[in-house]
Design a protein around this ligand. Structure first.
Ligand code: FPP
Length: 242
């Protein structure tokens, strides 16, 4: 008898926007006696697998925390290794066209220098009309820094007489963030057992569900995303109501 092929069942309530703090690369490498860079390399692979899977199951927005405003404090060798992975990813982006993923960057890219910025803008431009998942890569990103940059733009408009401070609403702030026009994140996943937000999407996560998982990012697989999606669907989301 022919084997019945199991249909992939999307959970009843799918988050519109998932954020992932890709944590645990360093520990993964250390456990194997490898340099930290080796963990980031496998972490970058996991990032591609999970992005593809999110797109496949119908998630509309995914934001991954690739490099924080604080990560510059790491040894130069490690920073260079992560920048190299980013560079390779950008060079490879042409090959992912068929996946229909709209790729965007959030964070203060000015620290990256012109050649990098041009590559990033090229990938964003190339994919801007793609209709699948929107992928935000958070690079030199900090939630507080993002709010500060947004508030400065608002203050400038007030100074120029274009905006009345009394008319500032939550929407005014949202519209000046790097994620302007996108839905708030409704599920944040942090693997590696750490129970912190680490300055990730502070404004956008006001009503997010958090799922902390005891697995290191390089080991994170599709089945782990399935587990998180199932847990998300189980939670009773009340938005402060009853
Ligand atoms: C946190 O783990 C991870 C990072 C700071 C870097 C994440 C970067 C990648 C997965 C590669 C990104 C690639 C592209 C293409 C954008 P950690 O180093 O803090 O791990 P630890 O807590 O175990 O030390």
């Amino acid at each position: 008898m022919a084997k019945h092929k199991q249909e992939k069942q999307a959970p009843a309530v799918l988050p519109k926007h998932i954020g992932i703090i890709m944590d645990g690369n360093g520990r993964w490498a250390k456990l194997r006696g490898l340099p930290r860079f080796a963990g980031h390399k496998i972490g970058a692979k996991t990032f591609k697998t999970i992005t593809r899977y999110c797109n496949q199951v119908g998630v509309r927005y995914l934001t991954v925390y690739a490099f924080s405003t604080e990560n510059w404090k790491r040894p130069q060798e490690e920073v260079d290794a992560i920048l190299k992975l980013l560079d390779e990813y950008l060079d490879d982006a042409e090959n992912f066209k068929k996946e229909n993923v709209r790729t965007r960057f959030i964070g203060d890219l000015s620290a990256l220098g012109e050649p990098f910025i041009q590559k990033i803008r090229h990938v964003e431009e190339m994919s801007k009309d793609f209709t699948g998942l929107t992928l935000n890569i958070a690079f030199n990103y900090g939630g507080r820094d993002e709010i500060v940059r947004g508030v400065r733009k608002i203050a400038e408009r007030c100074r120029a007489g274009e905006l009345d401070p009394d008319s500032i609403t939550e929407e005014t702030i949202s519209s000046q963030l790097d994620t302007a026009g996108q839905p708030d994140v409704d599920l944040i996943i942090r693997p590696s057992g750490e129970l912190r937000l680490s300055n990730f999407m502070l404004w956008q996560s006001a009503y997010a569900e958090y799922i902390f998982m005891d697995i290191l990012w390089p080991d994170f697989a599709e089945r782990d995303l399935d587990r998180a999606l199932a847990e998300f669907a189980r939670r009773n989301r009340r938005f402060g109501g009853v």
